[in-house]
Design a protein around this ligand. Structure first.
Ligand SMILES: *[C@@H]1O[C@H](CO)[C@@H](O)[C@H](O)[C@H]1NC(C)=O
Ligand SMILES: *[C@@H]1O[C@H](CO)[C@@H](O)[C@H](O)[C@H]1NC(C)=O
Ligand SMILES: *[C@@H]1O[C@H](CO)[C@@H](O)[C@H](O)[C@H]1NC(C)=O
Ligand SMILES: *[C@@H]1O[C@H](CO)[C@@H](O)[C@H](O)[C@H]1NC(C)=O
Ligand SMILES: *[C@@H]1O[C@H](CO)[C@@H](O)[C@H](O)[C@H]1NC(C)=O
Ligand SMILES: *[C@@H]1O[C@H](CO)[C@@H](O)[C@H](O)[C@H]1NC(C)=O
Ligand SMILES: *[C@@H]1O[C@H](CO)[C@@H](O)[C@H](O)[C@H]1NC(C)=O
Ligand SMILES: *[C@@H]1O[C@H](CO)[C@@H](O)[C@H](O)[C@H]1NC(C)=O
Ligand SMILES: *[C@@H]1O[C@H](CO)[C@@H](O)[C@H](O)[C@H]1NC(C)=O
Ligand SMILES: *[C@@H]1O[C@H](CO)[C@@H](O)[C@H](O)[C@H]1NC(C)=O
Length: 651
């Protein structure tokens, strides 16, 4: 009978389940308050005694009281469930990466046993609840990636135990307050990516002697970097990038004896790197790029066990210290856009697994070091706009790890090592504007990743090898201003990804191959100033993406195909050829005046190219003249015959 009653009760009111404990009942209410499109909470069943096996819930095994609620990445939506604060033993809440919305209530301070609160990546808005610092044991507070706004409340200076404060990526628009320097227990202060009011980095932050991470990228900070930051003896990571910081890098920085990573890029810092950088024994990464730093690259910096060094886009001068080549862990070296001179150290690459070297836009000279790829790790080699001379070291041709090779705008000479043309992972090979000679090697067929090939303004000779048609990902090929000869290989028509083919100013000859129809992506075709002959392939008229067509200064002849009227060109040049016949009517317009110059037998009405009116008249005149002669001769003949006939008949 009791069983039946119970069953009856169960049926009429599932919420009246007697066995589920109080915290379980609260969680049921919380479940109802959420929108749960992925049914992440589907096993939160009110038929259980405790919520201890429910998704995301952890309980004390003895008392069955909930101590942890972790519903991260579940796609739940709704306001923060303040009801959670009724759970007396709850120390951990993570609702990371959901759609928790509206504002965070002051009542959150009722969660008195919370140690860890992660509400990052949600849709929270409004001000920070000032009551948060009343939670006595709060150690970890992560509110990153929401739309919190306004000021950081003064109460935040009074967190008694807080170790991690993360407010990254919100809409805070007050100043960064100096009282953050009062949270003496802090190990991480993450404030990056907020539109703070322009202010100076509070010197008080130097009081946070337990701080390990100070992350202030894009925080609108102005003025100088306080020297007091040098007191952050525990600091591992200092990130002040992309602010408006001015003045010198303070010498105090060199006291950060535990610092592993320093990010100062994208500010307006000036002067030299401070002396004493060699104190930073464990520094692995220094990025001071995009500032106005000057002076020389200090030798002592190069003695550290750096892994990556970014000093690009500054005003550094002098030479690169030879000791950099001894740096055993260096894998990224970016020094582009400075005023550096002299040779690169010959040993560069011999001792370290170098992956990326960018020394572009300096005044480096001498040869390219032969051992850059000794360890077989080099992926990027950027030497653009320097004064490098001599040949490319043969070794580089065997550097199969290379992905990007840019040597444009130097004074490099001789033949390119044949193997370099065919490196299997290279997608960008830029050798333009040097003094290279020799031929494009047939080995290029191995360049299966090549997308951009730029070799213009050199002294390359010989044919374009048929094998180029096997470089099937090729997108751009610029070989202009060389001494290339022979025909355009028909295999080029297999390069269906090609967007740009620029071979102007060479000595190429012969008729254009058929198959242009397959170059469906072609934007630019420039074959100007060669010795190509024959007709323009009608197929070119089907290249709807073409916007620049230059076939000027060749030996092309025949009619200009009417099909070219289908093109939507921004630039067209067919000047200085031997085209004949009539201009397609679409091009018989003033704006195309300079597109058909120097084709003496090409006719157009409006453009007056071979003025039809006068030439036609001349032709008519000539025909009339010939006809007259015939008529006259005929007449004379008839008259003569008549005369003779009449004369002799009358006898
Ligand atoms: C609920 O789901 C979680 C994770 O999917 C699982 O670990 C747990 O055992 C399930 N609980 C019950 C009561 O089915
Ligand atoms: C909290 O935990 C303590 C000790 O583990 C226990 O005695 C107490 O009953 C728990 N509180 C609740 C509400 O479960
Ligand atoms: C956020 O959660 C969704 C599932 O709701 C998941 O697909 C996504 O990868 C998560 N994003 C991050 C950054 O963890
Ligand atoms: C919060 O999310 C819930 C569930 O999707 C929705 O019903 C409610 O309108 C949202 N509130 C706000 C302020 O966006
Ligand atoms: C958050 O702020 C961004 C930028 O102001 C805005 O585009 C977005 O709609 C806001 N989201 C919410 C939930 O308020
Ligand atoms: C921060 O600490 C200083 C020095 O102890 C104190 O004068 C100041 O009132 C504190 N600020 C806040 C907001 O608690
Ligand atoms: C914190 O640092 C500031 C400036 O660096 C200093 O004036 C102040 O006395 C320090 N406060 C404490 C409590 O150490
Ligand atoms: C850095 O260390 C030097 C020498 O120990 C000391 O004189 C100086 O005050 C320190 N600077 C900071 C900002 O801690
Ligand atoms: C470096 O820049 C500072 C500040 O702009 C200037 O005073 C100094 O003369 C410069 N030094 C050199 C060597 O150019
Ligand atoms: C075409 O090339 C000729 C030289 O061959 C040049 O004079 C003319 O300006 C060019 N026209 C256009 C439109 O580029």
């Amino acid at each position: 009978m009791t069983m039946l009653l119970l069953l009856f009760l169960l049926l009429i009111s599932p919420n009246l389940v007697l066995s589920l404990n109080q915290e379980g009942l609260h969680l049921q209410k919380i479940k109802e308050s959420f929108d749960d499109p992925d049914e992440a909470l589907s096993n939160w069943s009110n038929r259980d005694d405790t919520p201890c096996n429910w998704y995301g819930i952890k309980c004390d095994p003895v008392t069955a009281s909930v101590y942890s609620v972790d519903l991260s990445h579940t796609n739940i939506a709704g306001p923060f469930p303040t009801l959670l604060c009724n759970f007396q033993n709850l120390s951990f809440i993570s609702l990371f990466n959901n759609s928790i919305n509206s504002s965070l209530p002051e009542e959150i301070s009722a969660c008195v046993n919370l140690q860890h609160l992660n509400l990052a990546q949600n849709l929270l808005v409004g001000p920070l609840p000032s009551s948060l610092s009343n939670i006595p044991n709060l150690l970890h507070l992560d509110l990153s990636g929401n739309n919190f706004s306004g000021h950081i409340p003064a109460s935040f200076g009074r967190f008694p135990r807080l170790m991690v404060l993360s407010l990254v990526g919100n809409l805070f628009n007050g100043m960064i307050p100096s009282f953050l320097g009062n949270i003496s227990t802090l190990k991480q202060l993450n404030l990056a990516y907020n539109p703070f009011a322009p202010s100076q980095i509070p010197p008080e932050l130097g009081n946070l002697t337990h701080l390990e991470v100070l992350w202030m990228t894009q925080c609108n900070q102005v003025g100088q970097i306080p020297d007091s930051l040098g007191r952050l003896q525990s600091l591992l990571n200092l990130d002040l990038a992309e602010n408006n910081l001015h003045g010198l890098i303070p010498k105090g920085i060199t006291n950060l004896s535990n610092v592993v990573q320093i990010e100062l890029y994208g500010n307006s810092l000036s002067g030299g790197l401070p002396t004493g950088m060699s104190n930073l024994k464990v520094l692995r990464r220094l990025d001071a790029s995009k500032n106005y730093l000057n002076g020389t690259i200090p030798e002592e910096l190069c003695t550290l066990s750096l892994e990556s060094l970014f000093l690009n886009e500054n005003r550094f001068e002098g030479t690169l210290p030879k000791s950099i080549a001894k740096s055993p862990n260096l894998y990224i070296l970016w020094l582009s856009d400075n005023r550096l001179i002299g040779e690169l150290p010959k040993e560069l690459g011999m001792n370290s697994l170098l992956e990326s070297i960018d020394v572009s836009k300096n005044q480096f000279s001498g040869n390219i070091p032969a051992n850059l790829c000794t360890k077989g790790s080099l992926q990027e080699l950027l030497l653009i706009s320097n004064m490098f001379t001599g040949q490319i070291p043969k070794n580089l041709g065997h550097c199969s790890s290379l992905i990007t090779i840019e040597m444009m705008d130097n004074r490099l000479t001789g033949e390119v090592p044949p193997a370099l043309w065919g490196l299997p992972r290279v997608y960008l090979l830029n050798l333009a504007r040097n003094l290279f000679s020799g031929e494009i090697s047939t080995i290029i067929q191995g360049a299966s990743s090549l997308i951009v090939l730029l070799i213009s303004e050199n002294r390359f000779t010989g044919n374009i090898p048929d094998e180029i048609g096997l470089v099937e990902n090729l997108n751009k090929f610029s070989g202009s201003d060389n001494q290339l000869t022979g025909p355009l290989p028909a295999s080029l028509m297999k390069l269906t990804q090609l967007t740009m083919l620029d071979l102007h100013n060479n000595a190429l000859f012969g008729e254009l191959p058929s198959g242009f129809r397959s170059l469906k992506e072609l934007n630019e075709l420039n074959l100007g100033n060669n010795e190509f002959s024959g007709k323009i392939p009608v197929e070119i008229g089907s290249l709807t993406t073409l916007d620049d067509l230059d076939l000027s200064r060749n030996l092309f002849s025949g009619n200009i195909p009417l099909e070219l009227q289908n093109l939507k060109l921004i630039r067209l040049n067919l000047s200085n050829n031997y085209f004949t016949g009539d201009l397609p009517p679409f091009y018989d317009k003033e704006i195309y005046r300079d597109s058909f110059l120097g084709n003496p037998d090409l006719c157009g009405d409006l453009l007056n190219l071979c003025p039809r009116s006068s030439s036609e008249a001349k032709k008519q005149c000539f025909v009339w003249f010939i006809r007259s002669i015939f008529v006259l001769t005929g007449l004379i003949f008839v008259v003569g015959v008549g005369w003779i006939y009449s004369k002799y008949r009358n006898r």
